[in-house]
Design a binder for this molecule. Structure first.
Ligand code: ZN
Length: 141
């Protein structure tokens, strides 16, 4: 496993981290298999999605802000909306790796989703590589 850090700038921010994940996959030496991209946070998420038109990013940031249900929240820290979005969107994505590169579609990128920023965030990349006998093992053994 390896990790890197990103400082977010907005309350809700969809940040393209594809290049950083590619570099992490290379550092791990994954040739084929998959990587798990995850955040050890309760108010952030990871997605795979459209990375070409920047309007998609601002559209999704506005959509996520409106997605929070209108229910009373008791959590005293006052950030249950961010906890809801983190659990609804998900804190990890599994990405296939082929020939040492994350296998993404032409219009796909990997995104950190900040939901309670701005903050310093940690992104963890764990290798799940195929072995000779077909069993799977994690890359941090
Ligand atoms: Zn909280």
């Amino acid at each position: 496993m390896t990790e890197f850090h990103v400082r977010t700038k907005k309350k809700i921010e969809r940040r393209d981290i594809t290049d950083l994940v590619v570099a992490a996959a290379r550092a791990l030496g994954v040739s084929s298999g998959a990587i798990l991209v995850s955040v050890p946070h309760t108010t952030a998420a990871i997605t795979v999605g459209e990375n070409y038109d920047p309007d998609v990013t601002t559209d999704l940031e506005r959509a996520w802000a409106k997605w929070v249900p209108d229910v009373p929240f008791d959590h005293e820290e006052g950030n249950s909306a961010a906890h809801f979005l983190s659990e609804a969107i998900g804190t990890s994505r599994l990405v296939p790796v082929d020939d040492g590169e994350p296998k993404l579609g032409r219009w796909q990128g990997i995104f950190l989703v900040e939901l309670d920023g701005p903050r310093e965030r940690t992104i963890e990349v764990t290798a799940l590589t195929g072995s000779e006998n077909g069993k799977r093992k994690t890359g941090n053994e």
